[in-house]
Every structure is written in structure tokens, then in C-alpha cells.
Design a protein. Structure first.
Length: 453
């Protein structure tokens, strides 16, 4: 039971509600108390002022008409509104009728002796406030019934306590409404996270309202994090599927070759068997390296060594790698690139991308075919065109040639892993560049890489 209570009060929603209600109610109580004291002080000050003014009038009348004639100059209204007693040498000289009815006894004498200027006496349901003025030979006592003021203040106090209860209820209700509004994004985050945990679907996202507050920023960051996780997981799944798909053939060949080499009845030369296994192992290694490179580039985990590169030097470097193969296939190669054209990028990665395009241009070209490489500056962009006169690509295959393990050559008459163009696109994209392709069957293919200047 205690544990449940402890867990209840440890919830952030309960803490916020308690803090909000406490601050709201305490501020309301402070304002009500302030209003009460201002009203109370104003009303009581008004009563005190009216008694003091009456006292001053009586003193002026005594100075003007004398002490013995003072009763003639106290008006009927004054006699009704105030209770008045004038003592001469501690003996009553003048006592108003309403003063006599109060039957104060020795209470006035006691307060005179205490030398208090103002004092209050409660009689049954009435409250009187008095002022005393003491001269050498006489004493004046002026009082007023302030019960109406006290009753007003009492009603105010009752209203005040009623308002406190209403304020407490209002504070709790307001706190709940505010709490629901504040915690709605947190609830959305929790529900989204729980949904992903339960279903494993990483495409779910937090519903974000454009409130531009801290919880809005948190929701946006979590959604970006989920985007990154989804890409990583998707890349991992695709990598596993692709590896399983393309490893089966070389591994099967290695297994069959090894079994034949170990068979006593086989006439297969062990050295030839090892060379075959080594060749298949190289294919597996090439496949794995290509998949890892694509995954690292796409997920942004591969760091590029960005530098200023002379495009002509990059092209020449790639051509040098394929110089022997180009000559062997009797392909006519033409290059047009100004030496003043520079780009920014990772030299080795860009060479890897261009090498794959060059490899395809040679592999799928016709006998005595042509390859042309041309670099142009167009509208503050650098466009690199690689054109061949090969067999071309069918229109229905063009949208998919950059996907992993996609082979337009379904018969697999040409060697390849189906990863070259996906690796090219990944490298180009990592350099914030674009690659476009235009092709026609039997007429050849044009690849265009567009770099920012």
C-alpha cells in the first residue's frame, strides 16, 4: 500500500499538478488577504477619521462657547451618530442619552487611566470605538458604533473563505487541464515508443504539433532519431538479404569443388580446385566489401576525406586502371576535360565510383565500340558525361538499376554482383551530387554526374 502511494506521488504528472495547484492557491490566498487588509484598513480608518473630526469640532466649540455651554452646540444628528461624555475634574459634565444607555460602568475610567487614545469596547452584538482627549481640567470621550463596519468585514471574511475553497477547486481543475495540455506530447512519445516495441514497426512517428516549445523540439529530435534507426535497420536487413542471396552460389561452388577434390575417384587437380575456391572467395570478399561500403555511405557512418580535386587528374587516374582492358577490347576512348575544372570530394571514393561506370562501359560495349568522357561547366555546376556505344538498358529496367543486387541482364551472361551502380549512387549522393542516366537498347548509355561548383 505504501509502495503504491509512493509510486503515485513520484509521477511527474502528480508533481506538476501539486506544484501548479500550490502556487495558484497560495497566490490567490495572498491576493485575497491583501484585498481584505486594504478594505479593512480603509473602513476602520474612515471610522477613526469621523471620530477624530467630531472630537475636533467639540474642542473648537469649547474654545468658542466655553465648557459650560457646550451641550447647546452639539447637534441632534451628532447625538444620534456619536456617544459623547465630557468630564470636568473626573465628574460628568455632559453625557449624551445614547451614552447613558450603554452602561459602560468603569470601562471608560479604566481606559482613561491607561492613557489610550483609541480603544474598542464590545457590548452584546455591538462594537464601539472611542477616542479620549485629556486636558488639564477636563476629559472628552467620543465614541461611535462601528458594528456595521465589523459586520461588513465579517461578511467579507466569509466570502473570502468561500472564495478560497472555490479557488482551490479551480486551481485543481485548471491544473488538470494545463497538465493534460503539457503532458500530451509526452504521452504521444510514450505511446509511439510502446507501439514500436510491441509491433517492431519502425515507420511509426510521434504526432508533432507546432508549439515551438521544448517538448516540440524533443519530439522532432526523436522523430529524426527514429528516421536514422529505421534507415540503419532497413540497411541491415537489406544487407543480410543481399548477402544471403549472392553468397549462396559461390559458397555452393566452393563446397562442390572441395568435395570433388577430396574424393578419391575424382580426377580434379587439387591445385586447380584451390584456385577455383580462391576465385570464389575473392568474389565473396568483393561482395561483402561492396555491401559494407554502400551501407556505411548511406547511413552516413563513413567519413569522407574531402579535398580539392582536379577533375582531369581523377579521370586520367581511372583510365590508367583500364588502359590494358580498353586496348584489349579495341575500344576507341575520347576524353574532353579542361585542366582548370576542380571539384571537392574524396579522391579515392570518387575514383571507385568512376571505375565502376568505366567497368560497365567496357563490359557491356560492342566490339570496336566507343567510350567518350566529357566534363562541362553548366550554370555554376560541373557535369561529367560518360557515354558508351554498348548494348544499352531496357526502359523498364532503368528505374531499378541503382538498387542493390539488381541485374538488368537476367541471364547473368556477364559477370557481376549487381552492386556496382548502387555503390556509385551511394558515393555520388554522399558528395551531395546527382547522377542521371539515359539509355536506349542497342544504342548505348549515357551517365551524367552533376557536381556543385
Amino acid at each position: 500500500m505504501f509502495l503504491k502511494k509512493s509510486n503515485f506521488f513520484s509521477k511527474i504528472s502528480v508533481k506538476i499538478l501539486l506544484w501548479y495547484s500550490a502556487i495558484f492557491i497560495s497566490n490567490a490566498i495572498f491576493l485575497f488577504l491583501l484585498a481584505y487588509f486594504i478594505v479593512s484598513a480603509t473602513l476602520r480608518d474612515k471610522e477613526t477619521t469621523s471620530i477624530s473630526l467630531e472630537m475636533e469640532k467639540i474642542l473648537l466649540d469649547i474654545q468658542k462657547y466655553g465648557l459650560s455651554n457646550i451641550d447647546k452646540h452639539i447637534s441632534h444628528k451628532e447625538k444620534e451618530d456619536f456617544v459623547i461624555e465630557i468630564l470636568f475634574k473626573n465628574k460628568p459634565l455632559y453625557v449624551s442619552e445614547n451614552f447613558k444607555k450603554l452602561e459602560l460602568g468603569n470601562k471608560i475610567i479604566e481606559n482613561i487611566k491607561s492613557k489610550k487614545k483609541f480603544f474598542t469596547i464590545n457590548l452584546d452584538d455591538k462594537t464601539f470605538k472611542f477616542q479620549i482627549y485629556q486636558a488639564t481640567s477636563y476629559t472628552i470621550v467620543v465614541g461611535k458604533n462601528v458594528a456595521s463596519t465589523e459586520e461588513l468585514l465579517e461578511k467579507f471574511r466569509e466570502i473570502f473563505f468561500g472564495m478560497i475553497l472555490f479557488t482551490m477547486l479551480l486551481g485543481i481543475i485548471g491544473g488538470l487541464i494545463a497538465l493534460r495540455k503539457i503532458l500530451l506530447p509526452i504521452k504521444s512519445i510514450t505511446q509511439t515508443a510502446q507501439y514500436i516495441i510491441n509491433t517492431g514497426k519502425l515507420n511509426e512517428r510521434i504526432k508533432v504539433e507546432n508549439t515551438q516549445d521544448e517538448l516540440y523540439d524533443l519530439s522532432v529530435i526523436i522523430n529524426k532519431m527514429l528516421d536514422k534507426i529505421e534507415v540503419l535497420v532497413k540497411s541491415l536487413k537489406e544487407t543480410i538479404d543481399n548477402v544471403a542471396h549472392d553468397l549462396r552460389t559461390p559458397l555452393t561452388r566452393i563446397k562442390i569443388t572441395s568435395e570433388l577434390a577430396l574424393s578419391e575417384q575424382s580426377k580434379l587437380n587439387p591445385k586447380d580446385a584451390l584456385l577455383s575456391c580462391l576465385d570464389e572467395s575473392d568474389k565473396i570478399l568483393t561482395l561483402l566489401n561492396a555491401i559494407v561500403d554502400i551501407s556505411q555511405i548511406e547511413t552516413g557512418s563513413l567519413k569522407l576525406n574531402i579535398e580539392r580535386i582536379q577533375l582531369k587528374k581523377l579521370i586520367d587516374d581511372v583510365i590508367d586502371l583500364y588502359d590494358y582492358v580498353i586496348e584489349e577490347h579495341n575500344i576507341n576512348l575520347s576524353v574532353k576535360c579542361n585542366e582548370n575544372i576542380y571539384i571537392y570530394g574524396d579522391f579515392n571514393r570518387l575514383r571507385q565510383a568512376l571505375s565502376n561506370l568505366m567497368d560497365n562501359a567496357i563490359k557491356y560495349n560492342k566490339p570496336n565500340g566507343k567510350i567518350s568522357i566529357k566534363a562541362l561547366e553548366i550554370n555554376d555546376k560541373i557535369c561529367l558525361f560518360i557515354r558508351d556505344t554498348g548494348i544499352g538498358i531496357d526502359a523498364k529496367d532503368l528505374p531499378y538499376i541503382f538498387e542493390r543486387l539488381y541485374r538488368a541482364d537476367k541471364s547473368r551472361s556477364k559477370q557481376g554482383l549487381g552492386l556496382g551502380l548502387s555503390l556509385v549512387k551511394a558515393i555520388i549522393k554522399a558528395h551531395e551530387a546527382k547522377i542521371k542516366v539515359k539509355s536506349k537498347l542497342t544504342c548505348g548509355t549515357i551517365f551524367c554526374i552533376i557536381f556543385q561548383h
